[in-house]
Design a protein around this ligand. Structure first.
Ligand code: 13P
Length: 256
């Protein structure tokens, strides 16, 4: 498949970081993106308390917004949770699901992630489904087995034409400054692409597969040039507009 088929997506996951004063970073990203032509699609996923504020403040910008999790049900007695329909009501377009920090910190299972993916699609959101192996699994050569299991368990049987995104985030590369070799990333992304094409046909062939884990302005161009890497899911380097714009600009062919 030609590398250029899916549009590049640069997504920032703020995790549990940020206060209202940090909305100025999003404004700066928006201004930077405005000044570029033929750039990638840019997404910011701030924490829940900033999501509606950011969407309202940037309603005329080219940025897209997403959440970091959702509940599988539409409404109900689920204290502290938020549904995909509520996120859509705010104007969110995407939702990150099955991030390793939720799989590990909240014991989220593949079947729970799958239920959330279905909920996101039901609400018209684009789910970004995260997969990735631990350091131990990587050392023991279990990366493919782990990711296959996550893909099988976390993706619904039928997705039809619904758009979805996969993010490969090796757990040992998150927040550590460690990054797999280009060959390791290329191998995993090719494996994911194969599984998606087998299961979902054309939809699987054009699904964006993001790489995440210590993506920075200094390594973005190299990482994003790898075959089947269709974008990045960025944690720490998405918090400051200058860093995030550095990553975005590595994918801009022309400045307006
Ligand atoms: P870092 O970019 O901080 O390594 O985080 C990656 C990540 O977990 C994005 O979801």
């Amino acid at each position: 498949m030609p590398k250029s088929t899916p549009k590049t997506l640069i997504a920032g996951n703020w995790k549990m970081n940020g206060r209202r004063e940090n909305l100025s970073e999003i404004k700066s990203v928006s201004e930077g993106v405005q000044a570029t032509k033929q750039g990638p699609e840019v997404l910011v996923c701030p924490p829940a308390h900033l999501l509606g504020l950011a969407i309202d403040a940037e309603k005329d910008s080219q940025l897209h917004f997403g959440a970091q999790d959702c509940h599988a049900e539409e409404d109900g007695a689920y204290t502290g949770d938020i549904s995909a329909e509520m996120l859509a009501d705010l104007g969110a377009k995407y939702v990150i699901l099955g991030h390793s920090e939720r799989r590990q910190g909240h014991n989220e299972t593949d079947s729970q992630v799958r239920a959330k993916v279905k909920a996101a699609v039901r609400a018209g959101l684009i789910p970004i489904i995260c997969v990735g192996e631990t350091a131990g699994e990587q050392t023991r050569g279990r990366t493919v087995a782990r990711i296959s299991r996550q893909l099988n368990g976390s993706l619904p049987e039928v997705l039809g034409e619904a758009r979805f995104v996969i993010a490969y985030e090796p757990i040992w590369a998150i927040g550590t400054g460690l990054v797999p070799t280009p060959k390791q990333i290329a191998d995993v992304h090719a494996m994911i692409r194969g599984r998606l094409s087998d299961r979902f046909g054309t939809n699987g062939e054009t699904t964006q597969i993001l790489y995440g884990g210590s993506v920075k302005p200094g390594n973005a161009a190299e990482l994003l040039a790898i075959e089947n890497v269709n974008g990045a899911l960025v944690g720490g380097a998405s918090l400051k507009a200058t860093d995030f714009l550095g990553i975005i600009q590595s994918q801009v062919s022309e400045v307006a």
